[in-house]
Design a protein around this ligand. Structure first.
Ligand SMILES: NC(=O)c1ccc[n+]([C@@H]2O[C@H](COP(=O)([O-])OP(=O)(O)OC[C@H]3O[C@@H](n4cnc5c(N)ncnc54)[C@H](O)[C@@H]3O)[C@@H](O)[C@H]2O)c1
Length: 351
């Protein structure tokens, strides 16, 4: 910014400065729309990181909220603290962007959404894939009827987490596995593209690592519109078929040039993230030739776009792309995967 110019970027706070909180801070420092006024995280390493980047640090988020003038807060603490911290922000009139999952439980998520509604404040949930140029274009193609009515969906979320990842205890315990950490992103993406999930069947396995938490999951989703989908997920397989690897939108994942999601409809099919669309140009039917068309999109960073959107929501110019209630429904569908695997029966999310 030039000297003498007023800083028009919206002041935000970042609470929780671990892996993703630091990424949010770096994005906020690079953003033309928001600026980080302060961060809160009791960890000494967080204090050092904040100082390195010249951003005021607080050990306690309540002190930050009372002593700074942020208009919105990003809550990037461990899942169990999302609701408590989020409620403190809402009590002080801040719009909250809470990382996924919105809460540990659907009941807790409801508590946060109710408090925000009572305060007439929007809540956003950090399902950043909704801001991806690939997902945005896919949604537009579906809304335009290019593939017709969705019929059958296959999503893959297979990759290998390195051994040191599991040195942290909670990652070996129930709740810390690929279903609630990773598949929740795929389920949110499918809810965004295909529609609400009506029921879930699933099986999980911990046969490879032998931890208390699953390392592999096979999921059948029945969507409210009648479409059926399968999601295959594992963090113990050497494989590239995972949206995050395929899209290469986060710098820490080397991009693999593959597709990870296949959506088939009554008029055509589509892959993600490469956005191949398959359709008949003339006569229809399995003996006829199918044409493939690729859509190229302008690449941009979904996390940076999410910050632009956060400001637009605070200013009332846009509605949340992933609202608190949306995040709650995604959490309900994801928890239903674990419940269905435990019971061996179909589960209606949130029921
Ligand atoms: N959207 C994404 O791409 C994405 C990616 C990774 C993680 N996440 C989510 O972000 C959240 C954080 O994950 P992470 O991997 O950064 O975890 P992490 O363990 O690396 O960091 C969490 C940080 O929060 C701090 N903390 C704990 N309690 C706090 C409190 N009450 N107030 C302030 N700070 C507190 C800890 O000291 C730690 O530094 C989780 O909910 C996770 O699911 C989202």
């Amino acid at each position: 910014m030039e000297q003498g110019q007023a800083d028009v970027r919206m002041p935000i706070a970042i609470i929780g400065l671990g892996g993703i909180g630091r990424a949010h801070l770096l994005h906020a420092l690079a953003s033309a729309h928001v600026r980080p006024v302060a961060v809160a995280d009791p960890a000494p390493a967080a204090q050092v990181f904040a100082r390195t980047h010249g951003v005021p640090w607080f050990a306690d988020h309540r002190e930050l909220l009372d002593r700074t003038r942020a208009q919105a807060a990003i809550v990037a603490t461990p899942n169990g603290a999302h609701v408590g911290v989020g409620l403190d922000c809402i009590a002080r009139g801040l719009v909250v962007l809470v990382e996924k999952p919105i809460a540990d439980t659907v009941a807790e998520a409801r508590r946060l959404c109710d408090a925000a509604a009572a305060a007439n404040l929007p809540v956003l949930v950090g399902h950043q894939r909704r801001h991806s140029p690939y997902v945005r274009r896919a949604r537009q193609l579906i809304d335009d009827g290019v593939i017709g009515r969705p019929v059958s969906i296959v999503a893959m979320a297979t990759w290998l987490k390195p051994d040191p990842y599991f040195e942290t205890e909670w990652r070996r315990s129930p709740g810390g596995g690929p279903v609630l950490i990773n598949l929740i992103h795929d389920i949110d993406m499918l809810r965004h593209l295909v529609g609400d999930v009506a029921s879930v069947q699933a099986s999980t396995s911990s046969a490879i690592r032998g931890f208390a938490v699953e390392d592999t999951a096979a999921v059948i989703l029945r969507f409210a519109n009648g479409a059926l989908g399968t999601v295959a997920g594992s963090d113990a397989a050497v494989a590239p078929w995972n949206y995050d690897l395929a899209a290469g939108e986060a710098a820490h994942y080397p991009q693999q040039h593959v597709d990870a999601m296949f959506i088939s409809g009554t008029e055509g099919s589509m892959t993600l993230p490469r956005l191949s669309v398959w359709r008949y140009r003339g006569a229809r039917g399995w003996h006829e030739p199918l044409s493939e068309e690729r859509t190229a999109v302008h690449r941009y960073d979904p996390y940076l776009e999410q910050l632009r959107h956060l400001r637009a929501v605070v200013e009332g110019a846009e509605a949340p792309l992933c609202s608190g209630i949306d995040g709650l429904r995604t959490l309900a569908a994801t928890r239903a995967v674990l419940d269905a695997a435990d019971s061996g029966r179909p589960v209606v999310p949130g029921a």
